[in-house]
Design a protein around this ligand. Structure first.
Ligand code: 6PG
Length: 250
């Protein structure tokens, strides 16, 4: 197993963003120097917007190895890329349209396809980026958010009761909260092979999910964040004080 999670608490979201941006920059530079490539998985949700804007602004934007960077998504909603609600559109607006990223290195999940087809297409895209003998690239940084119900990416609580999926990408069409989820998600097997996984969590409404995940009983099917355990990498939990409010062992 990788090391235990590094938990960091910041007084305000802005301080969390400053730390996250500096950490990602450092990891990107060292990946580009060591391997000539930086594999970066973006998340959806509102939490990373200000981080994406920070990465696209001075003094980070001038130092970031954009040419060497490849972008992926941890999950996507089943909507076309031009629609509000598309995780690709969100990252494009806040980050990718503002930086000299190479279009060919932007690997989006095709939300316009049906989720099963989109999952198969994305597994193929990941295979194309893999080293010979592997099914996907080893990600350098995976960003993840957490919902108040404890979901992460599109891994929802209580939807599955079988073994972890073996495939790296899955359609999520089960009804959740009374409506079809209709999403596509990467699965723990691929997330857990990453070098670094960074949870970004802010706000009091997430406090109980954070405490349950980090200090509660181990029930991974009910608490999807507990399915994220880097095999040979580092997990970071970057929290504001509100989200950390129910943790007792800091
Ligand atoms: C998505 C996500 C999802 C998100 C959490 C937190 O596509 O919605 O990837 O897992 O990260 O729901 O969302 P917020 O950042 O908006 O609280």
């Amino acid at each position: 197993m990788g090391e235990s999670p590094a938990i960091k608490v910041f007084p305000k979201k802005v301080a969390l963003d400053v730390f996250a941006a500096a950490t990602i920059l450092e990891l990107a530079i060292s990946a580009a120097n060591a391997r000539g490539i930086f594999h970066f998985v973006l998340s959806g949700g509102g939490t990373p917007d200000s981080l994406y804007e920070r990465l696209a602004s001075s003094p980070i934007v001038e130092r970031f190895p954009w040419e060497a960077s490849h972008f992926y998504w941890g999950d996507e909603r089943a909507v076309p890329p031009i629609e509000v609600g598309s995780n690709y559109r969100q990252a494009h607006e806040t980050l990718l349209s503002k930086v000299p990223a190479n279009e060919a290195n932007i690997h989006r999940i095709k939300g316009e396809l049906n989720p099963q087809q989109a999952a198969e297409d994305y597994a193929n895209q990941l295979l194309e980026q893999a080293k010979p003998g592997f099914d996907w690239p080893r990600f350098d940084v995976v960003l993840l958010g957490v919902g108040a119900d404890g979901h992460t990416a599109s891994l929802f609580p209580g939807l599955e009761n079988q073994e972890e999926p073996k495939q790296p990408v899955m359609p999520v069409t089960a009804h959740y909260g009374g409506r079809p989820a209709n999403r596509i998600s990467l699965t723990p097997v691929i997330f857990n092979s990453a070098r670094n996984i960074i949870f970004l969590v802010t706000g009091v409404d997430k406090a109980s999910a954070v405490a349950a995940s980090l200090e509660g009983e181990y029930v991974p099917l009910q608490k999807p964040t507990q399915r994220i355990r880097a095999q040979n990498g580092q997990v970071f939990w970057l929290l504001d004080e509100a989200a950390a409010g129910q943790l007792s062992n800091l």
